[in-house]
Design a binder for this molecule. Structure first.
Ligand code: HPA
Length: 274
């Protein structure tokens, strides 16, 4: 599969736009086990990915695979209930297609969420952490190849990839809700195998507080497209070697499930104040 052409992305955006009653102001990408938030969206228009031109179908367990558009916290949102990962065999152009669709629909704010392994021992499973920055270790960049100036500039700045102002705002909401308001650097790896303990020691050494297999490509594309980004990671487990336990996806989903109420409450409050 080659890089998607501009016209194909426009076709996907036109299809989605034709189904929506209002213009969305906030984009949401819901990570592993966190898709239940979409059930809180009112007046929802649900579009399975298989109906949208050029959309791949998400195969990861815990990812429903549909766009849910409607009202959350009094604002019009477009939520991805399930995302695309590089490890599923998609190229980075497919992984970032929904972000480009959001950009073409005029969305200027993107909230990305994910499940992560905690590297920083100040975190415990069940914590929600605001992403302050990321390290892209996937070896891939969605902007590789000819630049399409209609989406953004050749060399986009990434020094404020996760909007500091929005993050501060979110930290205040977390405090009001009695949460710890942690912040951390997200280390993005390709997966799908979990990391080795040696890789986790390396990640800690280079400044990562948590590790996951998604997000970085979407955030690069969003910054290229001039969007503000807020990132929330859900610590579903301590990373390999930190607690000597074995890692498995079922445990990740079980912890994400336990946090769901707290997570949904937070995202709803953030959406209210967008
Ligand atoms: N590593 C990578 N991705 C993850 C993890 C992890 O420990 N937990 C949830 N997603």
């Amino acid at each position: 599969m080659r890089t998607l052409k501009y016209e194909q992305i426009v076709e996907a955006a036109d299809f989605v736009s034709a189904q929506m009653k209002e213009k969305p102001v906030l984009g949401l990408i819901l990570g592993s086990g966190l898709g239940g938030l979409a059930d809180r969206i009112d007046h929802a228009c649900v579009l399975p990915y298989s109906d949208i031109p050029h959309f791949p179908v998400s195969t990861a367990i815990g990812h429903a695979g549909r766009l849910v558009c409607g009202t959350l916290g009094g604002h019009e949102v477009m939520a991805m209930q399930g995302r695309f990962h590089y490890y599923e065999g998609y190229n980075v152009s497919q992984v970032t297609l929904p972000v480009r669709v959001m950009q073409l629909l005029g969305i200027k704010k993107l909230l990305v969420t994910n499940a992560v392994g905690g590297i920083n021992t100040g975190f415990v499973p069940g914590d929600l952490v605001l992403i302050s920055d990321h390290i892209n270790l996937t070896g891939m960049n969605p902007l590789s190849g000819p630049n399409d100036d209609r989406f953004g500039e050749r060399f986009p700045d990434m020094s404020r990839a996760y909007c500091p102002v929005w993050r501060k705002h979110a930290a205040r909401i977390m405090q009001d809700m009695g949460m710890k308001g942690h912040e951390g650097v997200y280390g993005g790896l390709g997966g799908p195998s979990y990391e080795t303990p040696a890789e986790i020691r390396y990640l800690r050494h280079i400044g990562a507080d948590m590790v996951g297999m998604s997000t970085v490509h979407e955030v690069i594309a969003a910054n290229h497209g001039g969007m503000r980004v807020l990132g929330i990671s859900c610590i579903t487990n301590m990373a390999a070697g930190v607690l000597k336990q074995k890692l498995c996806h079922e445990d990740v989903l079980a912890v994400a499930d336990q946090i769901e109420g707290k997570f949904c409450g937070l995202v709803e409050r953030i959406a209210e104040q967008v």
